[in-house]
Ligand binder design. Structure first.
Ligand code: G6P
Length: 612
């Protein structure tokens, strides 16, 4: 949430900053801005604008940036203060000698602002961030590091910041608490960013800043210490595996479409090296030291947000199918504001694509503080959640840029399939059962390809319904969470109101909404509850509802009952979400495109929500 880029080196800073910002635009796109230390004058020039990055670039035509080798840039997802030109970052002190970009929330900003106003500071924006610029100014007596640390010691809340000082044009300072920052180094240059995708074009050597770290950065060197102490820490750089082509569109019109089509490959990557046919099980090396904690657990609690929460619900159904371990699923944002019952035999599994979601991270810390073993299912390698969990399973879906999550979801479900089989083999599953599951897993990527290449039907369904105002998504059993996920996808990118419901629960309320203008999308696969869901469909048809069914190939019944059918290949009931979600992703995508909307950057959303 909010994208930050900083640069210091010999090259033209503006082009590197703008390139980085574009790669981070998925994190927030309410407004954007840059501050440059001008090479000729050593003065700070700040240019910022509400709207997308292209609006900022447009402004450069009239408000020209100066030549510079040091600068910072930001793309914003508003928390405090509406998204307008003035609230856009960077924010500066009273004399434009200090400029900073910030990701996070300064919780005590009102108290600090009142204090600074009394001291004579003039504020221009409604943001919490501007307080930081003035607070650093307040403490600045010639030493930038001293001023930044003194200011950060007065601040409650979260931050990832990068700060420029016009009187020190050869350094930038970066600090992190709660909001991620990564520093990349290559010959004679350093790039600081809120995630590695803004760095990868320049170097694969990165340092992940830890909470409490403050970095004093020149073009060749980093001095790392903490907010509390000046003792030097080791600046440890690691190599990242992400490649540039992974984070580019590769010929697709949108990242979301590219990521939907990547799913056969991303799922192969999730399962690579983990299918153990010899023992009819899955091999999860990342959690092997904690596997006994899982098999001995009195309870597993899974916590997550958004799409990851839907994958978690499928995870619960899977684990409970193959083991006798009770599993609960909790919204991360609720988890720590009640009294979750945790014993030393409880295992908490936190699930996150980004590994940076603030609520999920807070739930992780709550679980840890109460003594639970905490495991992670994460996509982003080296993310905060990946680092703070005791152990975990990486989903290896590759970078996901589209705000609406697609391949990360199927990869998370795959991680749960593997985990449940590995656990199940210690509990209820025989070798033969395990082996047959493993063999079926191998078929899933090609079954997804089949669905992806048979999408003409989806186009015609979307043409019929893209102007509707409401949608109902219904499913039962393993496909109830898929109904939730399908509805979420449609809401997120097409702004159509959509509700996901357990199909049988419909008669307790949503049935009142049914008429010919309310499409009901029903997942009706040939599984153990097929007959029941047919009855639910008949209830809708009796009320003149328009029904689109997701059915298995070979189904002869549904075409005569419903208005439209999308066929998908058969698989085991427990694995069906991985296939049934694909048409729902495509429907959401197509409808949003037909409505002329910005699929990859839907309004008000952000890819990675790093504020509570
Ligand atoms: C945001 C994103 C969703 C995502 C959720 C959880 O709301 O827009 O796509 O599912 O955060 O994110 P995480 O990175 O923790 O999976």
């Amino acid at each position: 949430m909010c994208g930050i880029v900083g640069y210091i080196g010999n090259k033209d800073s503006l082009s590197i900053l703008m390139d980085g910002l574009k790669r981070l635009e998925y994190r927030g796109y309410d407004s954007s801005g840059v501050s440059l230390i001008c090479r000729e004058t050593s003065k700070i020039k700040t240019i910022k604008k509400a709207g997308k990055i292209k609006d900022l670039e447009e402004l450069f035509k009239t408000n020209k940036p100066c030549k510079s080798n040091v600068g910072i840039a930001h793309t914003r997802w508003a928390t405090h203060g509406e998204p307008n030109d003035i609230n856009a970052h960077p924010h500066n002190d009273c004399f434009n000698k200090i400029s900073l970009v910030h990701n996070g929330i300064i919780e005590n900003y009102r108290t600090l602002k009142n204090y600074l106003i009394q001291k004579g500071h003039t504020f221009v924006s409604d943001t919490d961030t501007e307080v930081l610029a003035h607070l650093i100014e307040h403490f600045y007596k010639g030493d930038p590091m001293v001023a930044v640390k003194k200011a950060l010691n007065r601040v409650d809340g979260t931050y990832g910041i990068v700060v420029l000082f016009s009187e020190h044009p050869d350094i930038v300072i970066a600090a992190r608490k709660g909001s991620p920052l990564v520093i990349g180094k290559s010959d004679n240059q350093m790039i600081i960013a809120s995630d590695a995708s803004a760095i990868i074009a320049h170097t694969n050597q990165v340092l992940y800043m830890q909470d409490g770290d403050v970095a004093y950065i020149t073009k060749n060197d980093i001095e790392l210490s903490t907010v509390e102490s000046n003792d030097a820490l080791d600046a440890e750089f690691v190599e990242i595996e992400m490649t540039l082509s992974q984070i580019e569109k590769g010929g697709y019109e949108h990242f979301m479409l590219k990521e939907i089509f990547e799913q056969p490959d991303s799922l192969r990557d999730t399962m690579t090296g983990r299918l153990d046919k010899e023992n009819g099980t899955a091999r999860l090396n990342g959690i092997k030291d904690y596997f006994k904690n899982l098999t001995d657990a009195d309870r597993i609690i899974i916590t997550a947000c958004g799409t990851s929460w839907h994958a978690s619900l499928i995870g619960k159904y899977l684990i409970e199918s193959y083991t006798n371990i009770p599993v609960e699923v909790d919204y991360a944002s609720e988890f720590r504001y009640r009294n979750p019952i945790i014993t030393e035999r409880t295992v908490l599994i936190v699930v996150s694509q980004s590994g940076e979601t603030a609520d999920t991270l807070a739930a992780l810390r709550e679980g840890k503080s109460k003594g639970a073993t905490v495991l992670g299912i994460c996509n982003v390698v080296g993310s905060t959640i990946a680092r703070e969990t005791d152990a975990g399973i990486y989903t290896h879906a590759g970078p996901e840029i589209g705000v609406a999550s697609t391949k990360a979801f199927t990869a998370q479900v795959m991680a749960f399939i593997l985990l449940s089989i590995a656990l199940g083999r210690k509990k209820l599953l025989s070798f033969d059962q395990g082996l047959s599951l493993i063999k079926e897993i191998e078929q899933l990527p090609s079954k997804i390809s089949e669905i992806l290449h048979d999408k003409n039907k989806i186009d015609s369904i979307c043409r019929k319904s893209y102007k509707k105002k409401n949608f109902l998504y219904l499913g039962r059993g393993f496909n109830f969470p898929v109904a939730l996920e399908g509805a979420l996808k449609l809401k997120e990118i097409s702004y159509i109101h959509a509700e996901g419901y357990p199909a049988a629960e419909m008669k307790h309320g949503p049935i009142a909404l049914i008429d010919e203008n309310m499409p009901a999308l029903v997942i009706a696969l040939k599984d153990s509850i097929y007959e029941k869901i047919i009855s639910n469909i008949k209830e809708i048809k009796a009320r003149k509802g328009y029904v689109i069914a997701i059915a298995n190939k070979g189904d002869k019944i549904l075409k005569d009952i419903v208005d439209d059918v999308i066929y998908i290949p058969e698989t085991k009931e427990e694995f069906s979400p991985i296939l049934s979600v694909i048409p729902l992703q495509l429907i959401a995508y197509k409808i949003a495109v037909m409505r002329g909307l910005d699929v990859d950057m839907p309004r008000n959303l952000a890819k990675s929500v790093t504020v509570e």
